[in-house]
Design a protein around this ligand. Structure first.
Ligand code: PNS
Length: 160
């Protein structure tokens, strides 16, 4: 069974992430969506909230499993017997960071390959950080995130 890991902070998950998740899930038997639990960062959503959001959004996809991870990504990939890491590319600005990360992961475990999937053109222009900023200033994020994320984001920002 061929599996892959799609890691990220997902703070919050965007339609761009979901596009990559759906594309990746069509080329492997099983896709692990791995949500980073990094205590040194202060995300807007807790890791529990991010995992719950993704589980709800992806509940109808039988071959996708949402998990949290901490520590090294290659260790998580090994723990689920996967040797493929999926990353999305929005353009050349993503490339140098992503290429460096792919090489770091390969130096940590030479059996692990990083597979880059290009995002659809409608998702090229925004990131989780931009979604948060636009929502903070009451801009329209309807086309950028699923409804559940929009609702939770607005609730979270209201209580800040
Ligand atoms: O969505 P992001 O924030 O760009 O995802 C970054 C992520 C989670 C993939 C990356 O920070 C990561 O893999 N962190 C785990 C620590 C690790 O393995 N570091 C070595 C590779 S750079």
């Amino acid at each position: 069974m061929k599996s892959a890991v799609y890691p990220g902070s997902f703070d919050p998950a965007t339609n761009g992430h979901l596009d990559i998740i759906k594309r990746a899930s069509k080329i492997v038997d099983k896709l692990y969506v791995a949500v980073l639990d990094n205590p040194s960062k202060t995300p807007l959503f807790t890791v529990g909230e991010r995992v719950a959001q993704l589980k709800e959004i992806l509940k109808d996809h039988d071959n996708i499993e949402v998990r949290s991870f901490s520590g090294l990504l290659v260790d998580f990939a090994r723990s689920v017997n996967s040797n493929i890491i999926v990353r999305g590319l929005r353009g050349v600005t993503d490339f140098s960071y992503e290429f460096q990360m792919a090489l770091s992961n390969r130096s940590l475990d030479s059996d692990i390959e990083t597979l880059f999937i290009s995002a659809d053109t409608q998702y090229l222009f925004f990131s989780s950080s931009q979604v948060k900023e636009i929502a903070y200033f009451k801009g329209n994020i309807d086309n950028m995130v699923p409804d559940i994320i929009k609702t939770e984001l607005l609730k979270k920002l209201e209580n800040m």
